[in-house]
Design a protein around this ligand. Sequence first.
Ligand code: PMP
Length: 286
Amino acid sequence: GIAWVNGKFSSLQEAQIPFLDRGYFFGDGVYEAVKVCEGKLFALKEHLERFERSMKEIRITPPKTTEEFAALVLESVEKAGIPNAMVYLQVTRGVGPRMHAFLPESEPMVTLFVAPMASAEEKVREDGVSCIIVPDERWAHPHIKTLNLLPNVLAKQAAAEQGAYEAILVLGTEPGGGLITEASSSNVAAVIGGKVVTPPLNGRILPGVSRAIMLETAREAGIEVEEREITLEELRSAEEIMLTSTGCEVLGVGKLDGVTVGKGGAGPITRRLYEIFMAGWEKRLT
Ligand code: PMP
């Protein structure tokens, strides 16, 4: 097979992409696969139309016109000279420092390969194939720190575009306003009725290391904490809101959707939690 990476053909084995490509860190990209039968492309127009829709959905500006993509695919198939093959075409948001929100200066990265692909054999086509049933859980495992981060990227970008630091995620749209899970790259806690509350580790959030240390140091200091669900309504009327993460430690939230949280600024319990979090810093250093 052959590969094409941002303007250059190579063998499939020799093809290399930059380490800082956002596809690699976040899955921040879209792709198409087109079948080649006896040297001819099947339904190329439909595939390229979907490709452009996919780019539009995740707000990647197509780096080429439909005609240019078509020409590239045709040229690659001809160059590969594999009569029965698959063309894989991918575009990512490009290369740059690893940050969730879009990088204004990054240019989309286009990659493509053509590799042999056989169709099902006659016997298989006659007998049919066997399948199993598996629950649809795409991607329902936010407790695993995976590279499936496109939804987090889009949430963080939405925050950035409104001049906000973080996007706090809500699950469901029940009358109570749905449940708060976590933020795009941090965990969330709030002070409600004088008590520190944070959503439980029920598989719907990443078990943050900072979250665990915040809870541990709070308990040690005799501050009451509770792991339970928080509704959006509750969060909106919380006395204090805070974020925890490796990057931000324990950080107060001053505004939520433009509305001042509690009495404004980082609240007293948040400040205290930050202090005791940092007080235990030394003993956790390796
Ligand atoms: N939730 C998500 C989705 C994250 O990406 C992060 C950052 N790794 C966190 C929570 C916070 O985890 P930690 O305190 O381990 O950095």
